[in-house]
Ligand binder design. Structure first.
Ligand SMILES: Cc1cc2nc3c(=O)[nH]c(=O)nc-3n(C[C@H](O)[C@H](O)[C@H](O)COP(=O)(O)OP(=O)(O)OC[C@H]3O[C@@H](n4cnc5c(N)ncnc54)[C@H](O)[C@@H]3O)c2cc1C
Length: 393
């Protein structure tokens, strides 16, 4: 049996950032265990959009802290993570004006560069689009996206340089617990065990299964959203931007390969996946057709967009569309970070720093443990959001 000061389960964006910050904060020997390969879960297929439009101070602060980290990453660490500052536009109906204004005021108070636009200003920003007279929007200039695979590879490399033992092909089958004394380590699929008093479950869609094996019932559900990819027709206009459009119910973004990724804002119609190891990774014709029909209402030139298919992926959702991050009550030494409900990638740096600080006692940036408390539903402290789309946060 080997030993570690802290074990992190999961080589997605959350596990990688948590392991990196644990090492940075002097946690000692940190081992990260990934059962397949880095990014094998939700993170590898993420749109990795970095935006700051949220309904709460904590989430605006965390998305901003993380955006600035991603933006400075290449200069700071000399590795390209594909950061693109395209700007991000939110559009909604004038009926949502109070929600939009409230979020924008919150953002401005926290240093976000954002403007509210009417339908004429929206047309100036995206002349290829057709906007309803009662459409309004909020445009964040500094927002954009990263290349998720490049970002994870770079963070893993940084972690290794700081001494994190990153192991791929290492599946945890059991978290070992010794009664009230709490966590004692993990058992791997090959029969090996690693002793540790600290275990972080950052297992994404699999995190709930690991908890249930310990008799802990957490409200985590894996669902299967689909994504469509189109070749953007060549129509004169400014650089493409990232858009979240409550009027068409879609979001879209330039992909690294030059495509446009299109997905739905709402996930309540997505299928529940009981076994994240076995789900249909393909995309349906019906989804591609629906995305094309809807995006054409906003961007008419997409009527001629060539379809490049798409893919299905997994979100891990909670009842209030916000993650469960922190200590698991009743099992000292066990921590959870899952349930990012389709909008976690942008928060990775702040989550990793905050969760590691909760463990080491260091300074934890903008993360607020009470906001994300694992047991908040039992105490009537579910998070509410300004819009009906929980994924917006
Ligand atoms: C299609 C799609 C688009 C998205 N777009 C955006 C976006 O634009 N912006 C944004 O902010 N967020 C977005 N998200 C959400 C974001 O990607 C997720 O919130 C984030 O990636 C979750 O990361 P994670 O580390 O918690 O989980 P995961 O990436 O799923 O990582 C969990 C890892 O744990 C491993 N694992 C599980 N069980 C075990 C075990 N027993 N032993 C060892 N390893 C184990 C898995 O193999 C996996 O690699 C999107 C998600 C999807 C699916």
């Amino acid at each position: 049996m080997s030993a570690a000061d802290a074990i992190v389960i999961g080589g997605g964006v959350m596990g990688l950032f948590t392991a990196l910050h644990l090492a940075d904060q002097g946690a000692g020997r940190v081992v990260l265990l990934e059962k397949r390969y880095l990014g094998a879960g939700s993170s590898g297929k993420s749109g990795a959009i970095l935006r700051q439009h949220y309904s709460h101070e904590t989430t605006v602060r965390m998305s901003r802290e993380s955006l600035l980290f991603y933006r400075e990453f290449t200069e700071q660490y000399g590795r390209d993570i594909g950061f693109r500052q395209t700007g991000m536009l939110f559009t909604c109906h004038a009926g949502d004006r109070a929600a939009l204004d409230g979020n924008v005021a919150l953002q401005r108070g926290l240093g976000v560069d954002v403007d509210v636009l009417d339908h004429l200003q929206l047309t100036d920003l995206e002349p290829r689009a057709r906007f309803e007279a009662d459409a309004i929007g909020a445009f964040e200039r500094e927002s954009g996206f990263v290349d998720p695979a490049a970002a994870m590879a770079a963070v893993a490399e940084l972690g290794r340089e700081r001494g994190v033992d990153v192991r791929e092909g290492a599946e945890v089958v059991d978290v070992l617990v010794d009664g009230d004394a709490g966590v004692r380590g993990v058992r791997l699929a090959d029969g090996d065990t690693i002793a540790s008093d600290v275990v972080v479950n950052a297992g994404g869609p699999w995190a709930g299964r690991l908890c249930r094996r310990l008799g802990i019932d957490v409200p985590l559900t894996a669902i299967r959203p689909e994504q469509a990819f189109f070749k953007p027709p060549e129509v004169q206009g400014p650089e493409r931007i990232v858009c979240g459009d409550l009027l068409t119910g879609l979001y879209w973004k330039p992909e690294m390969a030059g495509w446009t990724r299109v997905g739905k804002m709402a996930y309540d119609g997505d299928a529940v996946v009981d076994d994240p190891d076995r789900y249909d990774e393909g995309v349906s014709d019906a989804f591609i057709t629906e995305c094309r029909d809807r995006i054409v209402d906003r961007l008419p030139h997409y009527a001629d967009a060539v379809s490049w298919g798409g893919c299905a992926a997994l979100y891990t959702v909670t009842p209030d569309a916000h993650a469960l991050i922190g200590a698991v009550e009743g099992i000292p030494g066990l921590y959870l970070a899952s349930g990012f409900s389709g909008h976690g990638f942008k928060m990775g740096p702040a989550v990793g720093c905050g969760l590691a600080a909760l463990i080491t006692g260091a300074e934890g940036g903008s993360f607020d443990p009470a906001f994300f408390a694992v047991d908040r539903f039992a105490h009537g402290r579910a998070v509410s959001t300004s819009y009906e789309y929980g994924i917006l946060g």
